[in-house]
Design a protein around this ligand. Sequence first.
Ligand code: THG
Length: 267
Amino acid sequence: MLIIGERINGMFKNVREAIQSKDKGAIQDLARRQVEAGASMLDVNVGPASDQPQEAMVWLVETIQEAVDVPLSLDSANLDVVRVGLEAREGRKSLINSTTGHQEKLDQYFPLAKEYNASLIGLTIDESGVPSTVDGRVEIAMKILAAALEHEFPLEELYIDPIVLPVNVAQDQCPHILQALSQFQILSDPPPHTVVGLSNVSQRCQERSLINRTYLVMCMAHGLDAAIVDPLDKNLMDAMITAELLLNKNIYCDSFLEAYRKSMAAG
Ligand code: THG
């Protein structure tokens, strides 16, 4: 399971303040702690309130890569913000987060990802917004896969995201997203990678950690192989490790939690 740490996001007050005051230590501490907790990639999002998003992205990327050596997920809906982030990586591995299924966006993002040897997330959203049906999500996933083939983009570098919505406002979508994850598995051979922004599911809910880890396990049982999560949530990481065990991705031993953490630390 590819764990992408969600915590360096201007949505969080402490991160927003660190960006404003150029507090390198606060960001580097968050980067190190997430990697130590088992993240093998970090999401980097300047946040909705940033008035200088390009400058903030470059500063975040430079600050993070001074502290840790993991791929970064450059999280912005603005292509110029993603591009300056890719430049600042100076050849190190990036994941572009993200394109949508809009045709003109696909025709911009696949060449950009190829140019920088980056992976790419495709959200199942198009001209009509986020689909409310399983079929709607699968249709957009097919469009994204077709665009990847057309642009000769390596499918192993592509991640499809069915877009997780909060359970308190879109409860009926939670099972639809699980079914969509299952159906993505039969779109190609080998199947495309899949990713979700897990914490979306519990936004403005009580019992966030419980909802997050329960849904993560359900998504994994439907084929999910990457997730943007809070790796500092130990219960979540324990549930993820146990789900991998029960999906027969790791061999059982009595100290399976400890063994998994050791193998994560070893890379
Ligand atoms: N798909 C993809 N990328 C994504 C998402 C996705 N990136 C952003 C987001 N969704 C995933 N990251 C987060 C990060 C934080 C929260 C949710 C998702 C979160 N933040 C607190 C909140 O809103 O309550 C912030 C408040 C606080 O605690 O200070 O929950 O779906 N590809």
